[in-house]
Design a protein around this ligand. Structure first.
Ligand SMILES: C[S@@+](CC[C@H](N)C(=O)[O-])C[C@H]1O[C@@H](n2cnc3c(N)ncnc32)[C@H](O)[C@@H]1O
Length: 459
């Protein structure tokens, strides 16, 4: 049941459009997935798959699918070939327009829809800091980054305030997908509906102001910040952005291309609207194929020189010294083919865990870091055991040995089964139709299953 006070306010806001808005709650919701370009080519995938895909206009890798397709139950999902994401929720990261080689922060990142989308745009180059304040959600975020095979991400579990104390004018781009009252997700998420109240809208708006102030100080001059919510409440959208611009005059709203069905932010819905508030974007379910969302693209005045670095109180993390790294590089060669020279100089030992750091990764001390780059392996009795994350980040050509499975065989592998196999003994990258899934270890004609126990499932 939709809250009456919410409906009253929507009626006041939408006037003659209100019946169409209300009717949209009768329709089935649109479902979509985003193809992972580090694993497959979107055009080839769209042609070859049995899923019924139709493009999402605002995200090149985004496709609507039909209910019967059930992409979440296919082994390709576990292989990170795609990420299931609400179509409107693909708009903010598309507008962030992150580039390979940049330093990007996703401040409110769990479960990782926007972070995995930003990572795709960065093509493994540069530094992505994906942060989530809630520990349990940060863990899910970290697992999703792993599944999508992201190499250049540092996953942190911090408050925006702690990060703002560490980084000053450091990031080229920042995504603020703020916690909000979730009105746009009422159809998807009944809990959001039950927790809604006018008081909570006010609480969310105040929190958004604090988060945005932290983000503002971490963005470099000339940098881009995207603010988004999944609520219709003007206080949290036009209101939050207008107040932010009043307090941060060095920022302005960037006018961006709007796709058919996207509407303008509305000045009349807030008391002291910023001059260009109409350049923000409203997504309504009665105008386009997706749920309710709001997006504002902001830029900070100024320019920086080419070798600009920004300030990080921690400085850069130091990699393992050449001599020490040598033994680990030798260990890696038991399951990885060649290691590029650039990568060999960025190894990091975190307890018994070996990582490949993103370029210029901040030092991890005084930060809660769940993933300082790509997890390569675990040191066990002077040997190196390959990490699950590594399997998902490489192609069969990069592994010493690989073993391909059909979709049905992959289902059995994901459930934890071993299978008969012949070949040289050792570690094998297990793939489904050529897409990496995990590791197996061949000994005595049996491929032992090394798919992580915590992730095993019956699809
Ligand atoms: C809309 S969700 C993020 C969704 C995510 N960007 C995605 O695309 O998958 C907002 C996130 O903000 C987090 N959050 C809650 N309170 C916060 C705060 N005070 N500061 C920063 N983040 C907060 C929530 O835990 C939640 O994960």
């Amino acid at each position: 049941m939709l809250p009456q006070l919410f409906l009253d306010r929507m009626k006041q806001m939408l006037e003659e459009e209100y019946p169409a808005f209300l009717n949209s709650y009768e329709d089935a919701r649109y479902q979509a997935l985003r193809i992972n370009p580090s694993k497959t080519d979107r055009n080839r995938f769209a042609e070859e798959t049995s899923f019924h895909l139709q493009p999402v206009p605002w995200e090149a890798n985004g496709f609507y699918y039909e209910k019967e397709d059930q992409p979440g139950k296919h082994p390709y999902h576990e292989a990170g070939v795609y990420y299931i994401q609400e179509p409107s929720a693909m708009a903010p990261a598309a507008y962030l327009d992150a580039q390979p080689g940049e330093k990007v922060l996703d401040l409110c990142a769990a479960p990782g829809g926007k972070s995995t989308q930003i990572a795709a745009a960065m093509q493994g180059k540069g530094l992505l800091v994906s942060n989530e304040i809630h520990p349990a959600r940060a863990k899910i975020l970290s697992e999703n980054m792993e599944r999508m095979g992201v190499k250049n991400v540092m996953v942190t579990n911090e408050s925006p305030q702690t990060l703002a104390g560490m980084f000053t004018e450091y990031f080229d781009r920042i995504m603020v997908d703020a916690p909000c009252s979730g009105e746009g997700m009422f159809r998807k998420n009944e809990q959001a509906c039950e927790e809604w109240s006018p008081e909570n809208v006010q609480i969310c708006a105040a929190r958004q102001q604090e988060i945005l102030a932290c983000a503002a100080s971490m963005l470099r001059p000339g940098g881009r910040m995207v603010y988004s919510t999944c609520t219709f409440a003007p206080e949290e959208n036009e209101g939050t952005i207008s107040r932010f611009l009043e307090q941060h005059p060095q920022f302005h709203i960037v006018p961006v291309k709007k796709y058919p069905g996207m509407a303008d932010g509305v000045a009349a819905w807030t008391k002291h609207p910023a001059a260009e508030i109409g350049d923000t974007i409203r997504l309504f379910p009665h105008h386009l194929h997706g749920e309710g969302h709001f997006v504002a693209v902001l830029e900070k005045e100024g320019t920086v020189s080419e070798n600009y670095r920004g300030y990080c109180a921690n400085g850069e993390e130091k990699p393992l010294a050449k001599g020490e790294a040598k033994a680990y590089l030798a260990g890696l060669q038991e399951f990885l083919g060649k290691i590029p020279a650039d990568d060999a100089g960025r190894l990091l030992l975190f307890g018994e865990q070996l990582y490949l750091m993103p370029e210029h990764m901040p030092a991890t001390r005084r930060l809660h870091v769940l993933r300082p780059g790509l997890h390569l392996g675990t040191v066990k009795k002077n040997r190196l055991e390959p990490a699950h994350a590594l399997a998902l980040a490489i192609s069969p050509q990069e592994a010493c040995h690989s073993w391909n499975l059909s979709v049905d065989e992959a289902r059995a592998y994901l459930a934890g089964q071993t299978f008969p196999a012949e070949g040289e003994k050792g570690w094998y990258l297990i793939t489904v139709d050529g897409y990496s899934l995990g590791w197996g270890k061949l000994a005595g004609s049996v491929m032992k299953n090394h798919y992580p126990k915590g992730l095993r499932k019956l699809l």
